[in-house]
Design a protein around this ligand. Structure first.
Ligand code: CMP
Length: 142
């Protein structure tokens, strides 16, 4: 099915100057970037985005990291976009990520793992709406 998913290039990958390399991975896989912006999240924005993890022991470190520098947030569109993006990213823990995935190539630790991607249709809808209004999503016309 044609899907949309929310993707984040996290502060570690932005700091390593990897925005273009990561966008090339998405585009080479046939995913279309239909919305995109750079942001520096506030503590409140990061806590709200990751609210489902608020009781986890890593929550404080996650919010600290996600507010440590600018991020790039995008909506990716394509056939099976949610799963396709998760395949491109690789496992959450870079130590478990398959060779050739973004996390295997560009991340060292589970805490600073280069990218985020929605894990299911319901979370994708919520996460896209968290960062983008309808007018900010620009599907292709040609
Ligand atoms: P992400 O997909 O952005 O969602 C939550 C993030 O928490 C996750 O990527 C990891 O970077 C981070 N994290 C740190 N420790 C863990 C853990 N034990 N399990 C899952 N996520 C973790």
């Amino acid at each position: 099915a044609l899907e949309r998913t929310l993707s984040i290039i996290k502060p570690d990958a932005v700091a390593k100057n990897l925005i273009g390399a990561i966008y090339t991975r998405f585009e080479s896989a046939g995913l279309r970037i239909v919305a995109s912006k750079m942001m520096h999240l506030s503590k409140e924005q990061a806590e709200g985005f990751y609210a489902e993890h608020s009781e986890r022991p890593f929550f404080g470190a996650l919010v600290e990291f996600m507010t440590s520098g600018p991020i790039v947030v995008q909506v990716l569109e394509g056939e099976e976009a949610i799963l396709k993006n998760r395949e491109i990213m690789g496992a959450t823990n870079p130590a478990d990520a398959l060779a050739g995935t973004l996390r295997a190539d560009y991340a060292e630790t589970i805490d600073e793992n280069a990218v985020h991607g929605s894990d299911a249709p319901e979370t994708a809808a919520r996460e896209i709406a968290y960062f983008f209004s309808d007018e900010e999503i620009c599907p292709r016309t040609r």
